[in-house]
Design a protein around this ligand. Structure first.
Ligand code: HEC
Length: 261
């Protein structure tokens, strides 16, 4: 342990002890912020040592440490590019553009909506919500139109990082088809000109307007007043399709925005 590190450890311990005896003006939050400054990046599999500073309930490792996510060691990464079930390393992986085509083929593009499970996170507590989303292949963004004020929208407001799952109901191992998206969500208000553009270009609202016996204009006006649109900029999308094997590809394929640049 070098001098700098032991000093910071000592500082942290003193602050921590003081605050636990209520003899300091540092709030619990300030202690956390202080600790976060001291804490170094850790491996995803790191565990707590006996002399680790105490952690309050509800606080996660990531609140203080940056977690080094070495995706290469995960099972998924092996399925994607590793030596696996008859595939040599890097064999059977599709080009980014082809993965995108397969994703669009599975979920549909503009004016098609798919029932998805949206994962949001508030106060380190994840929640999943069933919601309809439409994929715009031009920008690889997902769009949903939602009633205002629901929990998922409040979650997104304070933490735009989301994960979204689209899948075909399981019937048989050989027919598994699902897509896992991760990305950043934005909320678009009815007063934003983007709202109407997205409705016209992407969201399949025509059928529901017809069912409600209102014109498309009326449907858009009402939506602008009562709804919010989410735009999820997809960073990564992983598709699992057991049928890919038939064409010599791995069943797991991943599109990334990084590679699409
Ligand atoms: C309240 C803030 C805080 C939380 C939460 C926290 N740590 Fe730490 N952790 C520290 C501080 C401060 C140190 C000491 C400074 C250092 O050596 O990085 C430390 C040190 C460590 C070290 C030693 C790092 C090294 O290279 O010496 C490991 C490993 C570690 N923590 C793992 C974890 C894990 C795993 C969790 C979650 C279960 C966690 N920590 C949660 C503040 C925190």
């Amino acid at each position: 342990m070098n001098v700098l590190k032991s000093t910071s450890f000592l500082l942290f311990s003193i602050t921590f002890t003081w605050s636990s005896y209520g003899m300091t003006t540092l709030s619990a939050k300030e202690v956390k912020v202080q600790a976060a400054k001291e804490a170094k990046a850790i491996e995803v599999e790191a565990s707590l040592s006996d002399d680790h500073p105490a952690i309050e309930e509800g606080v996660t490792c990531a609140d203080c440490h940056e977690i080094k996510l070495d995706a290469k060691t995960t099972a998924t990464q092996v399925w994607l590019t590793g030596e696996y079930l008859g595939f040599a390393k890097n064999e059977g992986a599709m080009k980014n553009e082809k993965v995108k085509e397969e994703i669009v083929k599975a979920m549909g593009g503009k004016k098609k909506s798919g029932t998805c499970v949206l994962g949001t996170c508030i106060n380190n507590t994840p929640t999943t919500t069933t919601s309809e989303f439409t994929l715009n292949p031009d920008t690889m963004t997902l769009h949903g139109i939602h009633e205002k004020g629901t929990a998922k929208l409040l979650h997104i407001k304070q933490n735009p990082r989301v994960s979204l799952d689209w899948h075909k109901e399981f019937t048989d191992w050989g027919l598994i088809l699902c897509i896992q998206f991760t990305g950043r969500a934005e909320l678009i208000e009815g007063t934003d000109p983007e709202f109407e553009k997205i409705m016209i270009d992407c969201i399949p609202y025509e059928k529901s307007a017809k069912q409600r016996k209102i014109t498309l204009d009326q449907a858009r006006t009402m939506s602008k007043q009562m709804m919010l649109i989410t735009r999820i900029v997809v960073d990564e999308a992983t598709i699992t399709n057991m049928q890919f094997r038939k064409e010599g590809y791995r069943p797991w394929q991943r599109w990334t925005r990084e590679m699409a640049k």
